[in-house]
Every structure is written in structure tokens, then in C-alpha cells.
Design a protein around this ligand. Structure first.
Ligand code: ADP
Length: 386
């Protein structure tokens, strides 16, 4: 999705692709295949670039450091990016900055978890600090038994004095686990900001992210009925985090909307993503500047584009892989039914539950837009046939 704005800006984009059939490799002519965890592969790629950036957070810090040491500009910097790669690092830093976060603790033993559970109550949320996505590496635990395998893995790592993975998702537990109090949120929100190396920053309207089984299925832009004061406080926090961490490019700040002790709207920061993010896909069609164009502008230290919305509401619906692989065959029906709907399919292999595309639709009637986006996603997924 970065390719179209790169073409528009006349920027030569090159992608280190995990395979010849990867989504980006299908549309970016210069897409050498390589392993993003291999210093050798990433260095060979980076040496041909003026500036290197990321579309996911799984490039190991030591690989990024090697690119920097070779004299190639990396944006965002490895120091900033670490806050999106490691949830413990992020919690420590945000807490030090006074940004509202769920109550949390660093857990390296059963005793740590037991003590935290006694303090905040069960159930609580346990997370692997690194490598999680779409809810993988996040577990609601009602007691120590629910966490037995993760705690054993952590204690084994502690005993061996080395890093390790849980094998299932490749999530590293080298530094223990992050435990968080279970937040009774009213809904999930996200703020998207962009910052350039010169320090110019821009923020899009706060959006609502609707989750189903731990996966974002719908984004409403702007978040309906959001308290304006909460919106400006959350936006200010996101801009402040970007500035304090020295972020370059797009950063998404995922939030929980809550109520304070007096019943007033409040928020807690869940996590950070330092790249164009699913909560910002609506900007492709709903904003004057898309997050992908903005990321390029920021990384290249060009003036940032307007984040003004093109319509009162934009609804983004994620298309998840289902049993129905004939995606393009559905276009005839959907495009005829709803000429204002915008489709974005990523050319990914269809696997159940995998995000394989999204639709955007903008207008004045939020309920109508939600129904149309839901219909299109269900039809694309083969859930309905009309
Ligand atoms: P991931 O890195 O997989 O996106 P998150 O940390 O965002 O993981 O957690 C995934 C989902 O789990 C969140 O969107 C939210 O619905 C739920 N969740 C995470 N942390 C908490 C918490 N402290 N309290 C309640 N729910 C949580």
C-alpha cells in the first residue's frame, strides 16, 4: 500500500520480501527476497538504499543496529522502534513519562505473578513482551495454572541464563512476561500520528477499532460520540510520545476508553505500532493524506501532508480469510451494488482469520456505512451469497 504514493511522489521503493510471491513483491519491481532476521540479508539490501524503514516490527534490534553501523539511515531509529517491539520497554517508558497505562508488572516467576494477582485481582492479562500480533502472545489468566507453560518457559530461560521462545508463535520470553490488570474498557480507540526527523508532527482524528476474537474487524473514523476533551488529551499524548521517543514516520497509539473514578471518560494506552497500521487504513480513501504517503514524507523528512478527513465518516472493514478463495469473482456483484465502496486486496494467500484486504466507504450516515462495509466483508469472505 506504500507503492501507490511512492509512484506519485516519484520515490523509488525497494522491498526486502520474504518470498517472491509476498504481497509487496507482487507490486514493487525491486523486491529482492531475503530474511529480515539475517544481518547479512538485511545489510546487502540496505546498502542499496538511501533510507530504510519498516512495515512490521519483527526485525531484530541487532539487525537494525548493524544497518545503522554500516552508515545507512534507519527511520524510525532502533531506539524508538524498540518501544513498539518490546511491550515491557514500552510500559516502563510510558509510565516514566506519566502517560496513563493499565496497572502492570514485570513477571519472571510464579511468585511475581502471584503477588501481582493478589494486588490487582484475577483474571489478569499476561503478555509475551516481544513477537506478538493480533492477540497472539496475549492471554487472559484466571490463576497461576493458566500460565503454567509460559511461567515454566520463563523460569527455564532464567535458569539457563539465555533467551528462548515458546515455540508456538516465536514469541521470545528472554526477559520474562508482562502482566497487566484486566481493563474494563468501554471500547478500543487508536490515535495515528506522524513525525518527521525535523520534528514536524501531524495527527489524524481518533478512531474506534472494533475487535472480534482479538482481531480488529472494523474501524470507525472518527470515533463516534467521543468526548472532545478526551480526544484532544489522547491526541496530545500521542504527539508527546512521538516527540519524547524521537519517532520518525507513522505511529499508532492503541487506547482503551475507560471511565475515571467520577465516571468521566478517560483512556489508557495499550500499545504502540511504529509503521502504517491497520487502524489507519481508512486514511487511504478517507483522508487528504494517507498514512502510507505520510510515512514516506516523514521518513524522507519532507513537509507532512494534511490529515483532514475527506468525509464526515469513513468506515474501514477488514476482510478476513474464510473458506472462499475466489475473491475477485465477488467484485462484479459488490462493485455493481455499491459503486462508492473502495476495495483493497493484498494478494495474500487466503487463510482463515488472516487479514487479506479491506474496504473503505465514506459518507454522512454512519449506520448505513457500517452496514455496507459489513456486507462487503461478509460477501468477500463467503459468509453470505447475496
Ligand atoms: P497484540 O500485540 O497482539 O495486538 P495487544 O496487547 O494489543 O496485543 O492485546 C490484544 C487485545 O487484547 C487488545 O486489543 C485487547 O482487546 C485485549 N487486551 C490487551 N491488554 C488488555 C488489558 N490489560 N485489559 C483488557 N484487555 C486487554
Amino acid at each position: 500500500m506504500t507503492a501507490p504514493p511512492a509512484v506519485g511522489l516519484g520515490v523509488t521503493l525497494s522491498v526486502l520480501a520474504e518470498s517472491e510471491t509476498a504481497s509487496a513483491a507482487q507490486v514493487v519491481p525491486s523486491s529482492p527476497v531475503g530474511d529480515h532476521t539475517s544481518i547479512e540479508d538485511v545489510l546487502a539490501f540496505a546498502r542499496r538504499c538511501d533510507v530504510v524503514t519498516f512495515d512490521h516490527e519483527h526485525v531484530p534490534p541487532e539487525v537494525i543496529a548493524a544497518v545503522q553501523d554500516a552508515g545507512v539511515r534507519v527511520e524510525p531509529s532502533p531506539d524508538a522502534l524498540l518501544h513498539a517491539q518490546d511491550k515491557l520497554v514500552m510500559r516502563r517508558r510510558l509510565t516514566a513519562l506519566g502517560i496513563p497505562c493499565p496497572d502492570w508488572a514485570h513477571v519472571t516467576s510464579r511468585a511475581d505473578l502471584e503477588a501481582f494477582g493478589r494486588r490487582v485481582g484475577w483474571p489478569l492479562v499476561l503478555k509475551t513482551p516481544r513477537g506478538g500480533y493480533d492477540g497472539k502472545g496475549v492471554r487472559v489468566v484466571t490463576g497461576l495454572d493458566d500460565a503454567r507453560d509460559w511461567l515454566e518457559a520463563v523460569e527455564a530461560v532464567e535458569a539457563a541464563g539465555a533467551g528462548g521462545t515458546d515455540g508456538e508463535h516465536g514469541t521470545t520470553m528472554a526477559d520474562g512476561l508482562l502482566a497487566e490488570a484486566m481493563v474494563g474498557f468501554t471500547r478500543e480507540l487508536a490515535v495515528l500520528v506522524a513525525r518527521s526527523p525535523s520534528g514536524q508532527a501531524a495527527v489524524w482524528p481518533v478512531v474506534e477499532t472494533v475487535q472480534t476474537d482479538g482481531i480488529c474487524t472494523e474501524v470507525l473514523a472518527p470515533a463516534p460520540d467521543l468526548d472532545p476533551e478526551l480526544a484532544s488529551r489522547a491526541s496530545e499524548s500521542a504527539l508527546r510520545i512521538a516527540g519524547e521517543l524521537g519517532v520518525t514516520g507513522v505511529m499508532a497509539v492503541e487506547l482503551f476508553e475507560t471511565r475515571d473514578g467520577d465516571g468521566r471518560p478517560a483512556y489508557l494506552v495499550n500499545e504502540l505500532a511504529m509503521r502504517p497500521h491497520n487502524s489507519g487504513h481508512w486514511t487511504i480513501d478517507g483522508s487528504v493524506t494517507s498514512q502510507f504517503e505520510q510515512h514516506l514524507r516523514a521518513v524522507l523528512d519532507l513537509p507532512l501532508g494534511s490529515t483532514r478527513s475527506r468525509a464526515r465518516w469513513t468506515v474501514m472493514g477488514n476482510v478476513l480469510g474464510g473458506d472462499y478463495p475466489e475473491l475477485y469473482a465477488t467484485y462484479r456483484h459488490l462493485m455493481a451494488r455499491d459503486p462508492a465502496m473502495k476495495f483493497h486486496l493484498y494478494g495474500k494467500d487466503v487463510r482463515p482469520g488472516r487479514k487479506i484486504g479491506h474496504v473503505d466507504v465514506s459518507g454522512d450516515d454512519l449506520d448505513d456505512l457500517r452496514a455496507r462495509a459489513r456486507h462487503a466483508c461478509d460477501y468477500l469472505q463467503g459468509v453470505i451469497t447475496e
